[in-house]
Design a protein around this ligand. Structure first.
Ligand SMILES: Cc1cc2nc3c(=O)[nH]c(=O)nc-3n(C[C@H](O)[C@H](O)[C@H](O)COP(=O)(O)OP(=O)(O)OC[C@H]3O[C@@H](n4cnc5c(N)ncnc54)[C@H](O)[C@@H]3O)c2cc1C
Length: 330
């Protein structure tokens, strides 16, 4: 079987949150030619773009990889759906639109453990640079970036009641979870702008796609990282019924998410040597740190329904607390 072969400066696998940002930044000065390979297809869909449809695309096989956990011993052996985006924008095109930054103390802790340059004061300028907050910028928030954020517009008495309940239970209120104080009960921000989901594709990739030095290929499944010795030189991928190889003169960037990136590395011979040998995969590099699974979060959601007569006057809206309990009324 013939294999087509071409060359770019950078090859990015995955047009998700990370891949879209890299595609934008690496092409903005016009010097380098960049190829993005994405297995999913177009994100031009009402279900993706319309913020209130947020629970729909994460449950559509067209946009989700349909991963399930192994049977969970503490849940009666049930297998839990673990959505991952499979579309331009990746998981940012199917996610819950919640904009809550990492806790400052986590960044400080990582820096203290040796991750130089990852302290909160180091990452804050990047958060600000990324953000275009509807309410304007301040010491903590950005107003000029590509990623649109805003508060919900709908008023619902349950929202205020929920915050008041938190206060009465002895918790602090916070005016801005992404500002001075994250902990507490308060209104959250959403990645929404101009009435649309502000996915990484909308924020970063789409504006960059008009550049002649950026190529984006959908329905392209990366199957292997190509190596010259231990140096990654390119990607093999399947598309349109054929097998293709693309070489990267500068870098191969794996942005396929926390499940598919380690999978691709292992298929390429990078991972725990014993596991790879057991699967008949030639070992390029014994790296036990290439995980078999990623940390999961469990979430609990409380849903309240109003009688049908009053639902028209109180359309869906949600208030999430920093403890990730949501209160949704219809
Ligand atoms: C259902 C859901 C709800 C979420 N809710 C929120 C939220 O409310 N707020 C929040 O901040 N975060 C949320 N997240 C998390 C957030 O969206 C992700 O952390 C983030 O998008 C991950 O970015 P990524 O670039 O690592 O991967 P992804 O965005 O998942 O991108 C990976 C991309 O790589 C592609 N790909 C994978 N394998 C291959 C291959 N072999 N070849 C070619 N392409 C490949 C995939 O199709 C995908 O497009 C949610 C995630 C999910 C799934």
């Amino acid at each position: 079987m013939s294999v087509s072969r071409e060359t770019f400066d950078y090859v990015i696998v995955g047009a998700g949150s990370a891949g879209c940002v890299l595609a934008d930044r690496l092409t903005e000065d016009g010097r380098d030619r960049v190829l993005v390979l994405e297995y999913g297809g177009s994100d031009r869909s009402l279900w993706i773009q319309m913020p209130t449809a947020l629970y729909i695309p994460m449950n559509m096989a067209r946009y989700d990889w349909r991963y399930y956990t192994e049977p969970e011993p503490h849940l009666g052996g049930r297998r839990l759906h673990t959505p991952r985006g499979k579309v331009l924008g990746g998981s940012s095109s199917i996610n819950g639109l919640v904009y809550v930054r990492g806790n400052p103390l986590d960044f400080e802790g990582w820096e203290a453990e040796g991750a130089a340059g990852w302290g909160y004061r180091d990452v804050l300028p990047y958060f600000k640079r990324a953000e275009r907050r509807a309410g304007g910028g301040d010491e903590y928030r950005g107003a000029e970036g590509p990623l649109a954020t805003r508060r919900g517009r709908l008023e619902n008495p349950l929202n205020a009641a929920w915050l008041e309940a938190g206060r009465q239970a002895g918790y602090a209120l916070t005016a801005d979870m992404n500002g001075f104080r994250q902990e507490g009960f308060g209104e959250m921000d959403m990645t929404v702008g101009g009435g649309r989901r502000c996915s990484a594709a909308n924020a970063y990739l789409r504006p960059a796609m008009s550049r002649p030095n950026l190529s984006v290929r959908t329905h392209a499944l990366a199957t292997r990282v190509l190596f010259d010795g231990r140096r990654a030189t390119g990607i093999r991928y399947e598309r349109g019924g054929g097998s293709h190889e693309v070489l990267a003169q500068r870098e191969v960037l794996l942005c396929a998410g926390p499940i598919n990136t380690p999978q691709l590395l292992k298929l390429s011979g990078v991972g725990p040597a014993r596991e790879l040998a057991g699967l008949g995969i030639d070992v390029v590099r014994d790296l036990p740190g290439v995980a078999g699974s990623s940390p999961r979060t469990a979430s609990a959601r409380a849903t309240t329904s109003r009688p049908a007569a009053s639902s028209a006057a109180a359309p869906a809206c949600a208030t999430r607390t920093s403890s990730s309990i949501s209160c949704r009324s219809r």
